[in-house]
Design a protein around this ligand. Structure first.
Ligand code: 13P
Length: 336
């Protein structure tokens, strides 16, 4: 696949007023989400839930792509239509999570490095054959007393760069995700410093590995105070700090940046994105790739009555897509 083709996929992912829904929870992570609302983590429940999300009427008006987990990429609707076909027909690009999750970084207590490079070339070729158009790899950075170390940042970014280069070789757009966690009592200034250091190092690694930025997407965490910090920053402050940090670190050539929600409430995630876009225009489209902030309301509703609330849950996820789509344009108003 040519760089022009990768570039046009990347641009479609961040088309005006559109963003990504992340439904790539591994079977372990979705178990946590299901447990929280009392749903049995059976393969059929996982399939039914992903069908609910992917076939929600009107979803594609504001959703350009969905990140799936390996199992989901191979599943079909109840009527037997492969999810990838349903998505293609709706104009939703199939994406696939390809990392194998974070593991403790030896020698650095409390820090992790994401694994999954071994055999990745073969897995990517298979995913491309199954219809995936983009991939995701998430690195996890903890803010603590003495963390993150530069070793941890570099190890994670080296893996992200190797993953991104392999994706482009396989004809998939890499979504490159270095997540700075919201866990902790650090303030927004500390989050800014860490995020800046992580992104500077990331783009240096991508450069060293010949990754073509024109065919890549950054999935970023917002610059925000830690969950346990006494001083929570307001919406304008988060928007301003995040945009400033991105402008200082992310080349303008990148086709787009999408955000993770990372534990923010649904409304917070939307309000922050909206405020950032109201500060525009920016060098790149700023949009969303939310998991929890797209799904949690719909999941809660569905859990109460899987059959009876199916349609209402679909409406709920479509509403979240609409609100975030408006926020990607800076046109969201509270209550919309
Ligand atoms: P959250 O929006 O729930 O943080 O999930 C997004 C995601 O894909 C993290 O990798």
């Amino acid at each position: 696949m040519s760089i022009e083709q990768l570039e046009s996929i990347a641009q479609a992912m961040v088309a005006p007023g559109k963003g990504i829904i992340a439904i790539d929870e591994s079977s372990g992570t979705i178990k946590k989400r299901f447990d929280a609302v009392g749903i049995d983590n059976s393969e059929e429940n996982r399939r039914a839930y992903r069908e609910l999300l992917l076939t929600a009427p009107g979803l594609a008006d504001h959703i350009s792509g969905a990140i799936l987990y390996d199992e989901t990429l191979r599943q079909s609707t109840r009527a037997g239509k492969p999810f990838t076909e349903v998505m293609r027909a709706a104009g939703i690009l199939p994406g696939i999570k390809v990392d194998m999750g974070p593991q403790p970084l030896a020698g650095f207590p409390g820090e992790v490095v994401t694994e999954g490079l071994d055999g990745l070339r073969q897995r990517l070729a298979e995913y491309a054959g199954l219809g995936a158009r983009f991939a995701k790899w998430r690195a996890v950075i903890h803010i603590g007393e003495d963390t993150p170390s530069s070793t941890c940042i570099e190890a994670n970014n080296h893996a992200l760069a190797r993953y991104a280069a392999l994706c482009q070789e396989a004809g998939l757009v890499p979504m490159v995700e270095p997540e700075v966690l919201m866990d902790g009592d650090h303030d927004i200034d500390v989050c800014y410093e860490v995020t800046e250091a992580v992104l500077r190092s990331l783009f240096a690694s991508l450069y060293e590995h010949n990754v073509m930025l024109e065919g890549s997407i950054l999935k970023a965490s917002m610059v925000i105070a830690g969950k346990d910090c006494d001083e929570q920053a307001g919406v304008e402050e988060v928007a301003d700090a995040t945009v400033r940090c991105l402008k200082a670190t992310v080349p303008a050539l990148l086709p787009g940046i999408v955000f993770l929600s990372g534990g923010q409430s649904d409304e917070q995630a939307t309000a922050h994105l909206n405020a950032m876009n109201q500060l525009g225009p920016h060098p790149w489209p700023l949009s969303f790739s939310y998991g929890r902030a797209m799904q949690q309301a719909a999941l809660k509703l569905w859990a109460k009555d899987m059959q009876g609330n199916f349609t209402a849950a679909q409406k709920t996820v479509a509403q979240r897509a609409r609100a975030n789509g408006l926020a990607a344009l800076g046109q969201w108003t509270r209550g919309a």
